[in-house]
Design a protein around this ligand. Structure first.
Ligand code: FEO
Length: 169
């Protein structure tokens, strides 16, 4: 049976991953209507990936004899100033998620729940990969500035990008 404090912390993370999915969906919609189809596709895919992060936690809690809880989530912002603004907000959000995963890991360790610590290793690696990728994307966007041709090229590149490989479980 999963420790109550750990379960509560994972349920909180479930909410955050669900919010992430909704946030990236809002960003994808903005990109699509503003004429960035590549960025839109990338962010729609990323929204799906966050849902997968959420589901992985849901199954984990249930499989350990607990019960995943869904709660109300706040409405993400749906207006952005530019593609740079979108990806700066993605980066800020991912840093927040990394911090949250680290805190969750700390809680699992303090409760001596080594099974959960082990499970969370996947998320720790995932956050590292995501932050690296978003840093690369941000650098590219900053480099082109307001150059329309450069932005068009970045949008094309985003079309083929994958956030992270599919999980093995
Ligand atoms: Fe679920 Fe983008 O971290």
């Amino acid at each position: 049976m999963i420790n109550t404090n750990v379960q509560s912390a994972i349920n909180d993370q479930i909410k955050k991953e669900e919010y992430s999915s909704r946030l990236y969906l809002a960003m994808a919609i903005w990109c699509e209507i503003k004429g960035y189809p590549g960025a839109a596709k990338f962010l729609y895919d990323h929204a799906d990936e966050e849902r997968m992060h959420m589901l992985k936690l849901v199954h984990y809690v249930n499989d350990r004899g607990g019960k995943a809880q869904l709660v109300e989530i706040e409405q993400p912002t749906s207006e952005f100033e530019s593609l740079l603004d979108v990806f700066e907000k993605v980066m800020d959000h991912e840093k927040f998620i990394t911090e949250s995963i680290n805190q969750l890991y700390e809680i699992a360790l303090s409760e001596k729940d080594y099974t959960t610590s082990n499970f969370l290793q996947w998320y720790i690696t995932e956050q590292l990969e995501e932050e690296n990728l978003f840093n690369t994307i941000l650098d590219k966007i900053k480099l082109v500035g307001n150059d329309k041709a450069g932005m068009f090229h970045i949008d094309k590149e985003l079309d083929g990008m994958v956030v992270a490989p599919a999980p093995t479980e």
